[in-house]
Design a binder for this molecule. Structure first.
Ligand code: SF4
Length: 330
């Protein structure tokens, strides 16, 4: 048995853009451009980066909600890259997703009980009485009362709706859950309750999480390892502690400098990046970050830096020609 729950190799997701009278292809969105990553069984990997960097596309392509343009996807050792939807169906139980907006993802015309029963009906599991009992058990597991099953999603608060989304995601005993910005739409006080619920469920159900967020402060709270994404590529990947304490990529250093510091004694330099993220329709040559990197040199504009093991001797990968030599926070 492999120790990797997820392994993606050189994954690419390019979306064609059609235009003109004849709707010909006029461009391409390079949403994912050669991502390789392994997530071990039972761990949480946080995937962090600014809006539009490809995080959500990565989560959905890994689950084969989108068909990849190129590359390979292995889930629990099984190559699912080219499986048909019919072949994927039995594997779908093992890989689930929690969406950012629980209201959008829950059918407002169905009661919570009907929503939670749906997965069992689709996968032809349990009879009607067993399904109702399982729904009660699921609601209890996520901290909601059994009476919630007769109510509609609009009758719940945002945090409660996300609990319903989580109940649906764990209903079929998955091994892997992609959490796509699951707390971004919630108040800060509710965010920590949902994060703690996810951590408890992970321990009890032995789940593996890919936790997608634009907020590094949230990601560091829940992740064992963190992958930093920029313009469809992973630019740094290491343990959460190493990413936070010794970031090597200038982009990661800038993201960390933006995390609010609760201790007023520990002052840190804030790194302001100039300019916007380039368009994934027309990514820059060389290092994808060179247009905003304060220490870019000629080589950065010409050669793409490969994600490789840093010289630190620990498991820490960086894609920068000057990894280990630059510290923007100094
Ligand atoms: Fe900056 Fe060059 Fe490193 Fe890219 S390769 S992050 S441009 S120093």
């Amino acid at each position: 048995m492999t120790d990797s729950m997820i392994e993606v190799v050189d994954l690419k997701q390019h979306f064609p853009i059609y235009g003109g009278v004849f709707l010909r292809q006029v461009g391409t969105v390079y949403a994912l451009d050669g991502v390789s990553i392994k997530v071990k069984r039972g761990e949480t990997v946080g995937l962090v980066g600014e809006s539009g960097c490809g995080k959500t596309t990565m989560g959905r392509t890994m689950l084969r909600l989108y068909d990849p343009t190129a590359g390979r996807i292995f889930i629990d050792g099984v190559d699912i890259t080219r499986l048909s939807q019919k072949e994927l169906r039995p594997l779908r139980r093992q890989m689930q997703i929690i969406f950012q907006d629980p209201f959008e993802s829950l059918n407002s015309r169905h009661t919570v009980g009907e929503i939670l029963e749906e997965s069992f009906i689709i996968h032809k599991q349990l009879d009607s009485r067993e399904r109702k009992s399982k729904v009660k058990q699921l609601l209890d597991t996520v901290g909601l009362s059994g009476s919630a099953s007769d109510r509609y999603p609009h009758e719940f608060s945002g945090g409660q709706r996300q609990r319903i989304g989580i109940a649906r995601a764990i209903s079929l005993n998955p091994k892997l859950v992609v959490c796509d910005e699951p707390v971004s739409a919630l108040d800060v006080s509710i965010q920590s309750q949902i994060l703690n619920l996810l951590l408890t469920l992970q321990r009890e159900l032995e789940l593996t999480y890919l936790f997608i967020s634009h907020d590094l402060a949230v990601v560091k709270h829940i992740s064992d390892r963190i992958a930093v994404m920029y313009l469809g590529k992973i630019v740094e990947y290491a343990s959460a502690a190493d990413i936070i304490e010794t970031p090597q990529h200038p982009y990661t250093q800038a993201l960390i400098s933006a995390i609010p510091e609760p201790d007023p004694e520990r002052k840190k330099k804030k790194i302001i990046l100039i300019g916007d993220v380039p368009s994934p329709i027309n990514p820059p040559p060389g290092c994808c970050f060179h247009t905003r990197c304060p220490v870019a040199k000629d080589v950065c504009r010409q050669q793409i830096p490969v994600l490789k093991q840093s010289d630190t001797g620990i498991d820490h990968q960086v894609a920068c020609h000057f990894a280990g030599e630059v510290n923007l926070a100094e």
